[in-house]
Design a protein around this ligand. Structure first.
Ligand code: NDP
Ligand code: HSE
Length: 436
């Protein structure tokens, strides 16, 4: 049989890794797919740049439309990123009857509902394993491996760059900006790294995970997103003193009233496996009613780990490209006409425990004022640490750990504490997740 012809859009970190893996493992991959796979054409922005892969057998172009419009291409692999040009190209490829593989979580989280509907009409596949948690086959695990379950919640470290930064800050006391620069040099970070550090990339991924776990449409605009920019070295140290690690988590939980969809730093008890996932590694805990908790762990970013997922998708597409489209695995795990309209809850509706860090005047009555405000909101305190003043600083760090409380009440209390003349500053709040 003739080889399947692949056209690549982008030949950077992931595109280059994909070419390398397809080339190095060609015999094994061919035996799995049932056909040889050949990268025939690839589009790049500039023809001159150094590549991490050998391009001698690939026709290169600076016109990405040549790839999606070429009649000789069976599968288009989109590895450009972003949600403007990438969307136009993917839509064009689908219109042309080509199957699509993408690692682009922004594209899927923002435009997936429309793209999947178009793909369904055109009877082509859109595969996106690499869009979530890099090399971990989490999409396949949730969509197919856990198909028997009612999934109750999932929580994961799903941005490699943020986890790499938090780990290096904790273990080596390194500076935030310095570690971010290294993550960029290693090819982990997004083209715009604020997507990583502000939690947007993780929210894209969580949106996808929630959709395939709960059978809901993709709703990125309803995800609560908070990044790691507010976390200081002092918070990392205080968390350790209290027996926790600070991790940047994506959490999706289904209850009778709705779905929680939130990305934020969280204090995780240090005995939990997620608390010990370090560096660029990702991990996702998925809790199903039948199977109980399951854990998926692996590299969350980087050329070949991500290429592992991209190539697996290409193999999947090759295996089923001639089969009856009605019997393909649905893009969002559930049949498109069976999606649920259960609402995504606002962040105010969640209930969790909190770590609070503030700086207060070192004088009698200040702590009493703070604890009274918390008591008035019916917030009970699990621990209080009052630190020694640093050098000649007039204010002292105060760290409080609360019991579980609705977010609405903690917001009301923080507003009052921040207004105290003895505090008069923003209180840092980190949600505590025991992951039970
Ligand atoms: P890179 O920046 O390394 O590569 C992007 C590629 O797209 C380059 O080859 C670039 O060309 C080309 N390109 C960019 N803009 C244009 C444009 N306007 N027109 C034509 N070509 C363009 O990105 P990555 O490989 O890191 O990421 C690709 C995708 O994979 C993104 O969606 C990203 O979110 C996702 N992803 C990345 C992971 C990672 O670890 N890096 C992990 C999981 C997903 P040129 O080379 O000439 O500049
Ligand atoms: N920038 C992303 C991360 C790449 O750091 O996790 C993988 O999706």
């Amino acid at each position: 049989m003739d080889p399947v012809q692949v056209g690549l859009l982008g030949l950077g970190t992931v595109g280059g890794g994909t070419v390398n893996v397809l080339h190095r493992n060609a015999p094994e991959i061919g035996r799995r797919a049932g056909r040889d796979i050949r990268v025939k054409l690839a589009s790049v922005r500039t023809l001159q740049s150094d590549r991490i892969c050998d391009t001698s057998a690939i026709e290169l172009t600076t016109d990405p439309y040549q790839v999606v419009n070429s009649p000789g291409i069976d599968i288009v692999v989109e590895l450009i990123g972003g949600d403007t040009l990438a969307k136009e190209l993917v839509v064009q490829a689908i219109e042309n009857g080509k199957h699509v593989v993408t690692a682009n979580k922004a594209l899927i989280a923002l435009h997936g509902n429309e793209i999947f509907e178009l793909a369904r009409q055109r009877e082509v596949m859109v595969a996106f394993e690499a869009a979530v948690a890099g090399g971990i086959p989490i999409i396949k695990a949730v969509r197919e491996g856990l198909a028997a379950n009612r999934i109750q919640w999932l929580a994961g470290i799903i941005n490699g760059t943020s986890n790499f930064i938090l780990t290096e800050m904790r273990d080596k006391g390194r500076d935030f900006d310095d570690v971010l620069a290294e993550a960029q040099a290693l090819g982990y970070a997004e083209a715009d790294p604020t997507f990583d550090i502000e939690g947007i990339d993780a929210a894209h991924k969580l949106t996808i995970l929630a959709a395939i776990s709960f059978g809901i449409p993709l709703q990125f605009d309803k995800a609560y997103t908070e990044g790691i920019g507010q976390i200081t070295a002092a918070d990392v140290t205080y968390a350790e003193e209290l027996g926790y690690r600070i991790k940047h988590l994506g959490i999706a939980r289904k209850s009778e009233s709705g779905v929680e969809l939130r990305v934020h730093p969280a204090m995780v008890p240090e005995r939990r496996l997620l608390a010990n996932v370090d560096g660029v590694m990702n991990a996702v805990v998925v809790h199903g009613d039948a199977v109980g908790p399951t854990l998926y762990y692996g590299a969350g970013a980087g050329a070949e780990p991500t290429a592992s997922a991209v190539v697996a998708d290409i193999v999947d597409v090759v295996r089923v490209m001639t089969s009856d489209p009605e019997h393909h695995v649905p893009h969002l795990a559930f049949q498109p006409n069976a999606l649920s309209d259960i609402p995504v809850l606002p962040i105010d509706a969640i209930k969790t425990a909190y770590y609070l860090r503030l700086y207060a005047d070192d004088k009698p009555g200040v702590l009493a004022d703070i604890t009274r405000i918390l008591a008035d909101q019916d917030i009970s305190i699990e621990a209080v640490i009052q630190k020694e003043p640093v050098d000649d600083e007039p204010r002292i760090p105060v760290i409080l750990l609360t019991h579980s409380v609705p977010e609405q009440r903690i917001n009301a209390a923080l507003k009052q504490i921040e207004a105290l003349s003895s505090v008069n500053d923003k209180v840092t709040r980190i949600r505590v997740e025991t992951l039970n």
